[in-house]
Design a binder for this molecule. Sequence first.
Ligand SMILES: C[S@@+](CC[C@H](N)C(=O)[O-])C[C@H]1O[C@@H](n2cnc3c(N)ncnc32)[C@H](O)[C@@H]1O
Length: 251
Amino acid sequence: MGDALAERFRRARRDPALAVLEGFHAVKHALRFGGELVEAVTEDLPALLELAAGLAPDVAAWLAANVVECPQGTLARLTPEPPDDVIALARRPAVAAPAPGGAPLILLERPTHLGNVGAAIRVAAAAGAAGVITTGPIDPWHPQVLRGARGLHFALPVLRLAEPPAGWRLVALHPDGEPLRHGRLGADACLAFGSERRGLSAALLARAERRLTIPMRPGVSSLNLATAVAVSLYLGWPEAGRGVVSEGRSR
Ligand SMILES: C[S@@+](CC[C@H](N)C(=O)[O-])C[C@H]1O[C@@H](n2cnc3c(N)ncnc32)[C@H](O)[C@@H]1O
């Protein structure tokens, strides 16, 4: 079982049709947001079910029926990361670029840090953004991005495109622009963020209708990419997070 399992997960890490979910929260979010899981394994099923009973009873029955217990030491063969309590494979959903109207869209131009992309997807999902688009070589469904996003890829469209999607009002978030004001972003805004090292390209800045800046004290050059996404959505869009938390905290 161990060799065949390790081989399936090794292949899945490079398979554009599959997503590797590492850790309880990633599996939980995939289940909550309609992900189609094909396989899930743990080394301690009773401990996993106890965790689910305390944190996410809504997914406990699925875990009890579907997670396979494997011998100690197996999970370390399925991931190059420190192994978590559960690891799973899911099918990537077929997603298209969303149309403007319901909520702002996040565009990450050529990001380089997998953890940053995951953190940006996580906060975009929490705020209720329309989706997250990336350009450049990074696969936004890379296992490390999924880890950083806690599996929230299943809560909104996440995809890579060659160009910014058409039809949206392109707004550049840039350290040199007009100050971002409270609640001024419309649901038709595509908020564009540049790469960690180089910022936004001249081509994208030229296409943008506006440049907005999150105010910073003198001497600070920029915010972290995912932090800039978080501040922009929660400060600029009045609907951020609305309807997401209604009856207490969802864990
Ligand atoms: C780490 S920053 C890039 C810094 C890059 N050296 C530069 O000069 O643009 C990544 C992205 O976050 C956004 N960002 C960071 N701080 C910002 C701020 N204070 N106002 C608006 N956008 C910001 C921008 O889109 C930026 O391209």
